[in-house]
Every structure is written in structure tokens, then in C-alpha cells.
Design a protein around this ligand. Structure first.
Ligand SMILES: *Cc1c(COP(=O)(O)O)cnc(C)c1O
Length: 818
């Protein structure tokens, strides 16, 4: 292996800089960082202070404190005296600097590069090509969907001379973006997967969008695309064109035929010969993606017999990292579909974010691409594990078995194959830990995950943590930067699960969390949540537990204030943070506005507490009819807060806006807002300026299907009368799971195979019956009970809040990053 790393001095010569200030030019650079939350390998890292919603320059101090010494910045006003041991390269544009470094790095390697763009299918085509080409090449590919201006740079940075082929995804959303990606990727083979019918927001026309995407092809030696997609736009590649689709193309589709076992045969003509492949999928997207891969393999000179053989073995691409409840209080992160260095790094990063357990175990298989380069590959694995603070590693496969010396710093148990691990599983203890399963497909780790998983009842609420993060960021775009954000995680995070959501919010640096009861706050503290937490309804009986866990009470009357001060005085505590709630019109909890003076003097006469914030709650912020009322609430609050703050003589956070007020009442943002239901993807549609994503999907399965004759009835009280012979499916969810009884007798519907099916008869405690109405479903099929709750809630005269929080605790929550 030649020198893989750069010195900071070399980097300063590669990227165009405005000025440099380097104290140690020999500092070695291995890792590129851009996110202060994800510092790893600090001694050999280079931090790029990227512009954006969170200006990277604000985090230099924090990153420096964690040991990073090398920085690329675009702001030369940094006080170098604060960072005595640091090297700084000042550039005009930090992202462009990272791209220049990535482009230079890519230029050092002669291995072929496949660049993939298109509207849909990029990730699948990338993953399938990796499966199809693996027998000949050691392949590096961009992890998950790292296809942005930043993601492509980071992907290319992973290249080294152990790889023989790179597959890189390029995604764009605006004119001008492909040029930067093309300069970095410089693909030998450029691939267009598909073009969607609509032009994306950033483009003025579909032609403009296609033209921009095709810039990836400019210097490619091979161009692979379907003329149907390019719609007459000239493909700029000078090299050979391998076209596919209909008409006069290199790979001409003749027809599709469904065959047994959910497979599809695709017939085509190529070079005057009839040929076919069979793929184990039948959906339209899979057919198009398979054709695209077929054309790529032809352009690379593969024999048709090899192509056909490998296509038949294609595996579905698992795109999400799932987190499930395991046995003995463990959390299992299941990634048993692929194993390579880049996806391992991502999975370890995810594992590191899990702080609910004191220990972390990794179950890892041999890495299939390591053959011939075992030393380098497993040294990298060893470094990754050291960086990510793994406590125990259980390995499966002969290569890892022989390299136990690389993992001497941790508790390592090695097995030759999956069967031996399964045989010994009962002797290994797994208790209160986070377990990451990372195995290549051939090791069939799903058998291990099955054994480690707590028994699930078939109804689950799946929660997409990426969507929660996305929604948080959507609301942040409405807030000027000094405005703080309190996230409401009461009622089990509106049904979504307290710890997991709170952990994500902590990771995303919200300022405060709020829960309803002390118990909820104690649970969060126990699982490692360190953010300040406000408790809205603390009972006096729980004050001691509250203080012990440094939870901050909402105090709303003189009685609770005095009770609380008494508890503090008994413990000689002073300056304890509290939150004062004032009633400006909601008439639920709070000091009356008239009591400002009396409250001021009470607070001036004690040093037991310190007022952290003053707040109130709006009763009808989403309702235009009551806007005058809301304004009166805002005025009353302003007056009260001013009076109290003046008396206290120190700064106090003021807040009043909930989710809908964040959108409708910018003047109510004040010092902090309280984001609740919007985080979970539900909003007041009329005022929507946001693109929120659905965060939860409630799913169950069909347990039985039967034919019932016309005139017969279904369920209790014979209320489900059938007017015609019907196919009735029974599913595993009832009102005890939180499926409201008001959904019975056709009011509610669920989704089976993408189609709506109505309920029949009354909802039972644990079961519901559905009229399949001609849909071809089977026992064991999945049923979506609900995703978007807004319309369903309206159907039974309630609000989304009630549906979300009503999902019972016995319904398992499964978390994933979608
Ligand atoms: C629940 C709650 C919120 C959040 O309300 P959403 O409508 O869910 O945004 C804000 N403030 C208080 C006091 C609450 O109880």
C-alpha cells in the first residue's frame, strides 16, 4: 500500500486557499469532518466549517475541545490565540475546498468509476450493480444515499488502492449542481436510471433538468441510458452509447412475462440475438432498474450467460437501519443485509448515538470484499471500533477468527460460522446493551436477529426517525437563530416513544425538552438524556425525585411554589431552576395575570429558586376566528413577563408559541418556542408553509380470511350485516391497542396491498374485521392501519393528537432511519 494519507501541508497546496496558518505542517489527515456531533479519529481529522443553517464556524471551539487540530474555514476573523495548537486553511468556500480535495484524491486512482444519476432508482441500481459485479471487483460505493454535493465528496474520499471499482451516486436538485459533481466523479461509465415525469422544484422545465443531469456524461467513455428518458436531449458523451428501452436501441425490450414465485422474465434483443433475464421481482421499478443494470453489464463486455445467471440471484435492497427491542432489555440494531467498510462506519455511528444502554456489542461477519487485502481491511475495522467505543465484538467467519490480534483491546469472541454462533448464543449473556448486527447476506444474520428479538405481537408502530429530524429542521427554518426551541416529548412523545425521540432531539441540539410528569423525566434521565427538562405537572409528592434528577418544574400557583420552596429549603438548595406558568386565557393552569406583583415579591424574597423561564399557552392559535383573542393573550403575556422580569433583575426566557403558533404567529416566537405535534408530522394544513413528513405507521397482519354468505353477519351484536357474499379478513388489532371503537362498521378503513378496505362490524378488543372487497390478499399479509392520521381523526370526530397518543403501550415501537 502506498502512502494513503495526506499531510495538512499537502492539503493546503491541493485546495485553493486565501491564506494558511499552519503550526505543524506534518499533521496527518485521514478523516474529513463537517458535523461537530460526529467527531471521530480527532487526531487525524480535518474539520470543514461549512456554511448552511448551522454555520460550522460556530462549532470550531467544540470540535477543537474534542481534539481536532486541523480546520478549513472561510472566515478569517477567528482568534487564533484561542486555538494555539491548530492549523487553519482559510478558503473562499469551504464546500468547494472539500470538493477540490475529493477531486484530487479521486484523480490518484486509475480504477474504473461508474457514476449514476437519474430521478429514481439511483440507490437500487448502485446496490444491484455492486451485487452483480462483486465476483470480479473489490467495489467501493457511496454509502446509502450519499449523493449530494457533500455526500459525493465524502464518498470519494473513501477511495484507496484496495478497491478495483467505484460506484458513485450523483443527486442534484438545482441547475448548475452537476458540474461540481462531474468534476469530482469523472465517471468512466455514466448511467442515467430514469427521469420522472414532473420537473423538480429547482428546474424551470423537464428539458433543463435532463440537460443538467446529463452533464455527468461529459467525459465518460461509456454512456448508459434509455432514449425514452432523455426525451431528445443530446447526450454529451464522446464514448460508446449503450441504450436500452424501446425502438432502435442497443438493448431492445421485447416483452415482460410474470412467472411463478413472484418472478419476471424480461425478453430483449441485443446484437441481433434474442435473450432474456429472470429477476426475482415483479414491480415496474425493479424491471426498469434491472434493464439499466443489464445495459451497464453489456457495456462492460459481460457475456449474456453470466448476466442472466446473476440477475436471477438479485437480492432486495434493504435501505433502512432498524432498531428493535431485544431480549433482556437490549436494543437490537439490525443491519444484516450487507457488510462493507462504508456501511459499517455508518452503522457504528448510529450505534454510538444510542445512549440508553451502558454497553455496546457488535456482531460482525467477515467482509466479503476483503479477500486478498485482509490486513488492510481488518486494520480499518479495528480502527473504526476503537473510534466508536465498542465494548464487545462477536465475530463470525474465518478471516476475523484468524485476526483476533487486531481486536485485543476489546472483549472478542470469535466463531467460524453462523451455526456455531447460534449454538452458543444461550451461553453468551446479552443484557441491557445495544447490539449492532452487521453481516453480509451469506451469513444469514436474520437468524441471529430472530433469536435476539423480544417476542413481538404482530402489530407494530414503525417510527421513521429521519422524518422526525426532517420535521424539526422544517420548523427551524421558520425561526430566527436566537430563538430557542423546546421540544414536547410528553405522553411518550405523542405516542412515538420517549427515549428514542428524546435521544434524537438531544443529538440535534434542541435547547429544552418538556414532559408532563416527573416519572417521564426520570425515565429520560435514566437513559442518558442530559438536556434540561421541564416538567409540566409535577405533583408535590414527586418534588424530591424531581430535584434528585435535576428536572425543572413548571410552577403555576402560590401553593405549589411554596411547597417547592419548602422542599428546596429542607435540602439547603439555592438557585434551583423553575418555570413560571401564567394563565392568559386558556384557563387551565397558571398564575392569574393580576398576580404579577404578588409573585414578584414572593420570588424576590427567596434565593431557593431561579426563574429560568416565564410562559403561557395559547388556546386557539390555529384558529383565524379567534385571532383577536390570541392577540389579547399575547399582550397580556407580554405585560406580565415584563413586570416579573423587571422585578427579578436577571434575564428570563419568555415563551408562548406551540407548533401552529410557530407558523401563524411569528411575533409570538419571543425567546423560545414549544414544538409539539409538528415534530410528529401533523400540522394545520390551511397554513402550511412546511413540507412535513409522516413519522409513524401503524401496521398489523391478517390472521384469517374467510368467505361469508350474503345476509350473514360479522362480529358482536351481528352489527356487520352483509348484503352480498364477502371475503372477510380478521386483523390483529383492536380497541385495546388504541384502534378506536368509533372506526367500526365501515367508518374506518385500513390499507391492504395499497388499497383501502373498510371495517365490518364492531371493533373487538384485540381484533378487527375488514371487507376485502375483491382484493387478492393472503393470511399473513401486512395491513397498514394508519399513517396520515388527520383525515382518520376527522372521520370519528376527534383530533390527530388523540389517535397518536392512544396507541397502546403493548404495541411495539420499531424505529428506523428511512
Ligand atoms: C402540548 C403542549 C404544547 C405543544 O402543543 P402542540 O400543539 O402539540 O404544538 C405546547 N405547550 C404546552 C404547555 C403544551 O402542553
Amino acid at each position: 500500500m502506498h502512502e494513503q494519507f495526506y499531510t495538512i501541508l499537502q492539503v493546503s497546496e491541493i485546495i485553493p486557499s486565501v491564506s494558511v496558518s499552519i503550526s505543524d505542517g506534518s499533521a496527518r489527515i485521514e478523516t474529513l469532518l463537517h458535523d461537530s456531533r460526529k467527531v471521530s479519529n480527532p487526531a487525524y481529522a480535518l474539520f470543514f466549517a461549512l456554511a448552511g443553517r448551522r454555520d460550522g464556524h460556530q462549532f470550531i471551539e467544540e470540535v477543537y475541545a474534542s481534539g481536532v487540530r486541523n480546520f478549513v474555514v472561510s472566515n478569517d476573523e477567528i482568534d487564533h490565540a484561542n486555538f494555539p495548537a491548530a492549523n487553519f486553511i482559510v478558503v473562499r468556500d469551504t464546500l468547494a475546498a472539500m470538493q477540490a480535495l475529493a477531486a484530487y484524491h479521486r484523480g490518484r486512482f486509475a480504477c474504473p468509476v461508474i457514476g449514476i444519476t437519474g430521478s429514481n432508482g439511483k440507490t437500487i441500481v448502485k446496490e444491484w450493480l455492486a451485487q452483480l459485479l462483486a465476483p470480479e471487483y473489490r467495489i467501493i460505493r457511496s454509502p446509502k444515499s450519499y449523493n449530494s454535493q457533500l455526500g459525493v465528496a465524502l464518498s470519494l474520499w473513501q477511495l484507496d488502492d484496495t478497491y478495483e471499482l467505484a460506484i458513485i451516486e450523483a443527486g442534484i436538485s438545482q441547475p448548475g449542481e452537476m458540474q461540481a459533481l462531474q468534476r469530482m466523479i469523472r465517471p468512466d461509465i455514466a448511467v442515467l436510471t430514469s427521469i420522472g415525469p414532473a420537473h423538480d422544484d429547482g428546474f424551470s422545465s423537464t428539458t433543463e433538468k435532463i440537460t443538467e443531469k446529463l452533464r455527468l456524461f461529459e467525459d465518460a467513455k461509456h454512456a448508459v441510458y434509455s432514449p425514452d428518458d432523455v426525451q431528445g436531449v443530446t447526450v454529451p458523451s464522446m464514448g460508446a452509447h449503450t441504450t436500452w428501452g424501446s425502438g432502435n436501441v442497443v438493448l431492445q425490450v421485447v416483452g415482460y412475462e410474470m412467472i411463478a414465485d413472484k418472478r419476471c422474465r424480461i425478453q430483449a434483443r441485443h446484437a441481433n440475438t434474442d435473450m432474456a433475464i429472470v429477476i426475482p421481482f415483479t414491480d415496474a421499478a425493479a424491471k426498469s432498474n434491472a434493464l439499466c443494470c443489464w445495459a451497464v453489464m453489456l457495456s462492460m463486455g459481460y457475456e449474456q450467460s453470466v448476466i442472466a445467471h446473476r440477475m436471477a440471484l438479485l437480492q432486495p435492497v434493504e435501505m433502512r437501519l432498524e432498531m428493535k427491542k431485544g431480549i433482556n432489555n437490549c436494543t437490537v440494531i439490525d443491519d444484516s443485509y450487507s457488510n462493507d467498510l462504508s456501511s459499517l462506519a455508518i452503522a457504528l455511528d448510529f450505534l454510538r448515538q444510542q445512549q440508553q444502554h451502558p454497553t455496546r456489542t457488535l456482531i460482525l461477519s467477515d467482509i466479503p470484499g476483503a479477500d486478498g487485502h485482509e490486513e488492510q481491511v481488518y486494520s480499518k475495522v479495528s480502527n473504526l471500533l476503537a473510534d466508536n467505543k465498542i465494548d464487545r465484538i462477536i465475530t463470525v467467519g474465518p478471516q476475523l477468527l484468524e485476526r483476533a490480534d487486531k481486536f485485543g483491546f476489546l472483549n472478542h469472541i470469535a466463531f467460524r460460522d453462523t451455526d456455531s454462533l447460534l449454538d452458543s448464543l444461550a451461553d453468551l449473556t446479552f443484557e441491557h446493551e445495544a447490539i449492532l448486527l452487521k453481516g453480509a447476506r451469506k451469513y444469514a444474520f436474520e437468524r441471529v436477529s430472530g433469536a435476539l428479538m423480544a417476542k413481538v405481537h404482530d402489530t407494530v408502530l414503525e417510527i421513521n426517525l429521519n422524518a422526525v429530524e426532517h420535521n424539526l429542521n422544517q420548523y427551524k427554518t421558520l425561526l430566527p437563530s436566537p430563538v430557542k426551541l423546546m421540544a414536547m416529548v410528553k405522553a411518550f412523545s405523542y405516542g412515538s416513544g420517549s427515549f428514542e425521540v428524546a435521544n434524537l432531539l438531544q443529538f440535534n441540539k434542541v435547547d429544552y425538552l418538556a414532559v408532563a410528569y416527573v416519572d417521564e423525566g426520570v425515565e429520560l434521565r435514566k437513559s442518558g438524556i442530559r438536556l434540561p427538562i421541564m416538567v409540566m405537572s409535577p405533583s408535590p409528592a414527586s418534588f424530591e425525585a424531581l430535584v434528585a434528577r435535576r428536572l425543572e418544574p413548571e410552577l403555576y400557583s402560590f401553593t405549589v411554589l411554596d411547597d417547592f420552596i419548602r422542599v428546596l429549603s429542607n435540602q439547603d438548595v439555592t438557585g434551583y431552576p423553575i418555570h413560571i406558568k401564567v394563565d392568559t386565557g386558556m384557563h387551565r393552569l397558571g398564575f392569574p395575570v393580576q398576580d404579577a406583583k404578588r409573585l414578584s415579591s414572593r420570588l424576590q424574597n427567596t434565593d431557593a429558586v431561579k426563574v429560568q423561564s416565564i410562559f403561557s399557552h395559547l388556546a386557539a392559535a390555529g384558529d383565524a376566528e379567534h385571532d383577536a383573542f390570541t392577540e389579547r393573550q399575547l399582550n397580556a403575556f407580554g405585560k406580565f413577563a415584563n413586570e416579573l422580569t423587571a422585578a427579578l433583575g436577571y434575564p428570563v426566557i419568555r415563551h408562548i408559541a406551540n407548533s401552529v403558533a410557530i407558523q401563524r404567529w411569528p411575533q409570538a416566537h419571543l425567546d423560545m418556542v414549544r414544538l409539539g405535534i409538528g415534530l410528529y408530522g401533523v400540522e394545520n394544513k390551511l397554513d402550511s408553509r412546511l413540507l412535513l413528513q409522516q413519522t409513524g405507521t401503524l401496521k398489523t397482519v391478517i390472521t384469517q380470511i374467510r368467505q361469508v354468505a350474503a345476509g350473514d353477519s360479522v362480529g358482536y351484536g351481528r352489527r356487520g350485516r352483509l348484503v352480498k357474499e364477502s371475503t372477510i379478513a380478521t386483523v390483529n388489532i383492536g380497541y385495546a391497542d388504541g384502534y378506536d371503537r368509533r372506526f367500526g362498521n365501515g367508518v374506518g378503513y385500513m390499507t391492504v396491498k395499497g388499497r383501502k378496505v373498510r371495517t365490518v362490524g364492531d371493533i373487538c378488543m384485540d381484533m378487527t374485521m375488514l371487507d376485502l372487497d375483491g382484493i387478492d390478499a393472503a393470511e399473513g399479509d401486512e395491513v397498514i392501519v394508519f399513517g396520515d392520521v388527520t383525515e382518520l381523526a376527522a372521520n370519528i370526530g376527534t383530533i390527530p393528537y388523540e389517535l397518536l397518543t392512544g396507541i397502546s403501550q403493548r404495541v411495539k415501537r420499531v424505529y428506523y432511519y428511512g
